[in-house]
Design a protein around this ligand. Structure first.
Ligand code: PHE
Length: 458
């Protein structure tokens, strides 16, 4: 175990890296269509409450555990609760990293491919023809070598960043890419809003339609708050472990949450204003990005530039998240097994890519992988991680702080780097209890539904 642990170069570097992890495909792909289909502002409101109550406490919880132990999840729990089963919570995190990155890398590959198609003007013949765009997309993801080729490139870039370490890889690239993402999204949002009818997109996203908000929409908002904030698998523990005691953790957590939410909304505005202006179908759901947008961009003047900017910013967002997932695995082998960063990253980057290849192939590319719970292997990995692994991980992190480590110890560490704080022990305890109860309840609903077909929410 090394005693010269790498540290972030600056406070802002840490905040950008952590928000780089949070801001990803979840914000730009998932959030807009979830909000669009589940009651617009009504959904957004519920989502904000979830993020502020459950999300904020777990982000802070993870930062504090990481900074106190200066270790990635397995080592961190072992250090705070030696010789207990709590280290398995760390292993759950490492396992989640494998699961998530395997399918995330595949989507990262699709995004690269779409950036390439856009640069080379390939959207032109899809103009105003979502059906053709849908066929192109479906044929592409169901192919064998095409998606694998782009996935491998995406994963290789990811490995390359992580090999360069915390400061020279993660921090350096987050500092470049995060501001670029915001700038490009602002430009695209302005472009969309200034088109005729573009403002209708705003109404679609932000007008509260409480009649469209169902109980399952509320659950969706809660579940998504873990995925979008990269919580429950120790990403934020790992990033927190490269911090010194001068960082104000509450402040940093608030920044991460603010940037994550702001960027999700900005993405919604950029996408829906453009979609409405050109009369396309806003309720396309997941196909919005890969099907509707490619048929919409070519109708704008300079369409291939707008398309390229969009997919390139999506690529950057996906990359800054993917590296944080790979870092959890790398840090485990470096911290616990004494491996070199190079060896751990290369080997496990490779292993995860191979698992990802199976995700990709399960969408139709030749090998017929039998379905899991009636889903493709790709969807299963997404389902397993977003619905179970992350919420369970997050809930146990809260229980760990409440029941094992102790709120007093937790407060001691949290207070380092803060001048003053309105956070009392009581408030923290209440917040963690709320988080535990709420998340426990969602998991229960899911499990009852899957195992016994009991549907509590309809
Ligand atoms: N937060 C990322 C996103 O919104 C996904 C992610 C999940 C990253 C878990 C790290 C850990 O796309």
């Amino acid at each position: 175990m090394s005693n010269q642990r790498e540290q972030w170069g600056s406070k802002i570097g840490f905040i950008l890296a952590a928000s780089g992890s949070a801001v990803g495909i979840g914000n730009i792909w998932k959030f807009p269509h979830m909000a669009g289909q589940n009651g617009g502002a009504a959904f957004t409101l519920v989502y904000l409450v979830c993020i502020l109550i459950v999300g904020l406490s777990i982000v802070i919880g993870e930062f504090v555990i990481g900074r106190r132990t200066q270790l990635s999840p397995v080592g961190a729990f072992e250090k705070l609760a030696p010789k207990t089963g709590w280290k398995w919570l760390g292993f759950l995190g490492v396992g989640s990293a494998f699961v998530i990155l395997s399918f995330y890398g595949v989507v990262g590959g699709w995004i690269l491919k779409y950036t390439y198609i856009s640069i080379t003007g390939g959207f032109a013949n899809l103009s105003n023809n979502p059906e053709a765009a849908g066929n192109v997309f479906n044929a592409f993801i169901a192919g064998t070598w095409g998606p694998i080729f782009w996935q491998v490139i995406f994963m290789a870039i990811c490995v390359w960043v992580i090999i360069h370490g915390v400061r020279g890889g993660i921090e350096k690239w987050s500092k470049i890419m995060m501001p670029l993402i915001v700038i490009l999204l602002v430009v695209l949002a302005i472009r969309g809003l200034t088109l005729p009818n573009g403002m209708e997109g705003l109404a679609f996203m932000f007008k509260p339609k409480f009649e469209d908000l169902t109980a399952s929409g509320v659950l969706l908002a809660l579940g998504h708050s873990f995925f979008t904030l990269s919580l429950g698998m120790g990403t934020m523990i790992t990033y927190g472990s490269y911090l010194n005691r001068k960082q104000n953790l509450l402040n940093s957590a608030l920044w991460v949450i603010f940037l994550d939410t702001f960027i999700a909304m900005l993405a919604g505005v950029a996408i829906f204003s453009t979609v409405f202006a050109l009369g396309a179908d806003p309720a396309e759901g997941p196909g919005l990005i890969f099907v509707i947008l490619p048929s919409v961009f070519p109708q704008l003047a300079g369409g291939s530039i707008w398309g390229t900017l969009f997919f390139f910013l999506l690529f950057m967002a996906a990359l800054t998240s993917a590296i944080s997932i790979l870092e959890v695995v790398t840090a485990y082998f470096v911290d616990q097994k004494g491996w070199s960063r190079l060896k751990a990253t290369l080997l496990f980057g490779f292993v995860i890519t191979i698992v990802g290849v199976f995700c990709s192939l399960s969408l139709g590319g030749g090998i017929n992988i039998t379905s899991f719970l009636g889903m493709s292997f790709f969807d299963f990995m997404d389902y397993l991680s977003s619905k179970y692994m992350l919420p369970i991980g997050g809930m146990f992190i809260a229980i760990f702080i409440l029941k094992k480590w102790g709120v007093n110890q937790f407060m001691d560490e949290l207070k380092q780097g803060m001048d003053k704080s309105f956070l009392s022990k009581q408030l923290i305890t209440v917040l963690f209890w709320i988080a535990t109860t709420v998340v426990g309840f969602i998991i229960l609903i899911e499990v009852l539904d899957v195992l016994f077909g009991i549907n509590l929410i309809q």
